[in-house]
Structure formats: structure tokens, C-alpha cells
Design a protein around this ligand. Structure first.
Ligand SMILES: C[S@@+](CC[C@H](N)C(=O)[O-])C[C@H]1O[C@@H](n2cnc3c(N)ncnc32)[C@H](O)[C@@H]1O
Length: 239
């Protein structure tokens, strides 16, 4: 039994179902995306969809062998509660949860992101899109300066020293102003929009993620660290 928790349009649930034809795979999301997923993937016989809240799945305890929760938990109302629900339904022993968490950035960027999370709630989608276009333009102009410099370490602000491109320095430490030449204008704007539009977007430190995992009786099978995120595959112990 496999659960894709917060499946969106369901491409990952479909991928699991095709890779594991003997498993029962469920994609769950609280948005209408599950109806679209159900119409796209209706040819896959071991794949089912539920419109529901992953922090209160209604599944029996210890019933799911593998839970995938990719790029979702930080958007739920209370990520700790959501994680404990995924833990509850995960089979004992040896059930696994794979989960992705946004990483905390430098302090100035965290303060600005927290402020925007509140302020953006009062903006219309059109206003948010315009803001995203402006931030993309800023990212592009900074990137076109082609200036690389050495920043000092400023540990109390979480700013890591080293050689930075100006756009990357501002991006990681002060303001998300995404720009990627190879992805192009539209995807860059959409990436900025995706960051500022959800009303919940919790970020975690590495220690917070590890504590959440261990305090729920899981051990780490693998733990992946990137500047923007932490992700891992965690296994339930017998206890
Ligand atoms: C960034 S998308 C990720 C979709 C998919 N997991 C992927 O990797 O492409 C986040 C998804 O989480 C869903 N979501 C957020 N909170 C949820 C909740 N409490 N219960 C179910 N789905 C939720 C959203 O509707 C959205 O489809």
C-alpha cells in the first residue's frame, strides 16, 4: 500500500503505480487536482484517488507501507501534526515515509519571507503575478551584472561567507528574486509566484527536521541536504 500524500496532479502516484503493479496506490490531495488526476490516469488499474486532508487521512493505523510526501508538508496548517498523521498510518515495523522540507535561509531572507507570507494574503492573484514579474526582472538585471564577489561570514545573520554572484547573494540571503536564463521568463515568474502565493510555507532547520523524525520513532535511511531543502527517507521502528 503506497500513499502519495498531497499528490497534486498525480504524476508521482501514477509513476509508483506503474513501477509497483502489485501495490495499491492512493493519491490524496485536498484540491480538485485529484479529479483531474483521476481523469488523466484512469487506465492504471491499481491507482485510486481521494480528495482529503493529509493531516487527517481517515486511514487505519499502521496500514501504509510507503508514504511519499513531496513538496507538501510545509504548506499544511501544522506540519508537525501532519507528520504525526503520516507516522500513525505508516506500517509498523519498517514502513517508510519519504518527505521533503523547505530549508531555513539567512535571517534577513527569513524575516522578509515571513512578512510577505502575511502581506501576500491580502493581494489578488493578479497583484501577486505582477509582483512576481517585477522580482523576476530584478533577478535578471542583477544576474546580468555578472559580478562575483567575496562575502565575509556573518554567522549571527546566517550569511555564509564565500564567493557569490550578486544575484545569488541577494537571493539566498535577502529576497527571493528567481531568475534562470535557461528556464526562461515564464517559468522564472511562475517560480517566484509559487513561492509567494501559498499562505503556509514553513521552513525548517536541519536540526528541526531530524528532531521531528526521531521524536516520531523513525530512523533515517537517507538524508539529503540542499541549500533550499532537506529531504529524506525514514523508516518506522518496531517500538
Ligand atoms: C507544491 S504541490 C506538490 C504536488 C506533488 N506532491 C508534486 O510533488 O508535484 C503541493 C500540493 O499539496 C496539496 N496540499 C497542501 N496541503 C494539503 C493538505 N493538508 N492535504 C492534502 N493536500 C494538501 C496542494 O493542494 C498541492 O497540490
Amino acid at each position: 500500500m503506497i500513499l502519495d500524500a498531497g499528490c497534486g496532479l498525480g504524476y508521482k502516484a501514477a509513476w509508483f503505480a506503474e513501477m509497483a503493479p502489485n501495490a495499491l496506490v492512493v493519491g490524496m490531495d485536498f484540491s480538485d487536482s485529484v479529479a483531474i488526476a483521476a481523469s488523466i490516469y484512469k487506465h492504471i488499474p491499481n491507482l485510486f484517488w481521494i480528495k482529503g486532508d493529509i493531516s487527517n487521512t481517515g486511514f487505519k493505523s499502521d496500514s501504509v507501507t510507503y508514504v511519499s510526501c513531496d513538496q507538501v508538508i510545509m504548506h499544511t496548517e501544522n506540519p508537525e501534526l501532519t507528520f504525526s498523521e503520516l507516522v500513525r498510518i505508516c506500517a509498523k515495523p519498517n514502513g517508510q515515509v519519504a518527505c521533503y522540507f523547505y530549508a531555513k535561509k539567512a535571517l534577513p531572507r527569513e524575516l522578509l519571507d515571513d512578512y510577505f507570507r502575511i502581506a501576500c494574503k491580502d493581494l489578488t492573484n493578479e497583484e501577486l503575478w505582477t509582483l512576481s514579474e517585477q522580482l523576476t526582472d530584478l533577478g535578471k538585471r542583477l544576474s546580468e551584472l555578472n559580478i562575483v564577489f567575496d562575502s565575509p561570514d556573518i554567522p549571527l545573520l546566517g550569511i555564509k561567507g564565500g564567493s557569490y554572484d550578486v544575484q545569488r547573494f541577494i537571493y539566498w540571503n535577502f529576497l527571493k528574486c528567481f531568475w534562470n536564463e535557461s528556464l526562461g521568463q515564464e517559468t522564472s515568474v511562475a517560480t517566484n509566484y509559487d513561492w509567494y502565493s501559498p499562505s503556509n510555507a514553513r521552513r525548517f532547520s536541519e536540526q528541526e527536521v531530524r528532531e521531528l523524525v526521531h521524536s516520531n520513532g523513525f530512523s533515517e535511511l537517507c538524508f539529503h541536504i540542499e541549500e533550499a531543502c532537506f529531504s529524506g527517507r525514514f523508516i518506522k521502528s518496531a517500538g
